[in-house]
Design a protein. Structure first.
Length: 70
C-alpha cells in the first residue's frame, strides 16, 4: 500500500486569505438580503451598509464585534 502525500482531512478546506474584495462581496450579499426581506429602506442604506461592512470585517479578521453602548 502506498502512502499518500499529506492532505487536508476529509471535509476540510484550506483557508483562503481574507481580502477586502471578499469582505465587500459578503457585505453586499447581506445587504441585498436585507433589501429582499424588507428590513432595509433606502433612507437607512448608507448607515446600514457601513454597519454591516464593519461587522463583517471585524468577524472575518478574527476580532470581536463591539456592541454600541456597552
Amino acid at each position: 500500500m502506498s502512502e499518500q502525500p499529506n492532505k487536508e482531512p476529509s471535509g476540510s478546506t484550506p483557508h483562503k486569505p481574507i481580502t477586502d474584495e471578499l469582505i465587500m462581496k459578503i457585505t453586499k450579499e447581506v445587504v441585498i438580503k436585507f433589501i429582499e426581506v424588507g428590513r432595509l429602506s433606502p433612507i437607512k442604506f448608507d448607515e446600514t451598509f457601513q454597519d454591516v461592512h464593519r461587522t463583517v470585517s471585524e468577524v472575518a479578521r478574527g476580532g470581536a464585534v463591539a456592541k454600541e453602548g456597552a
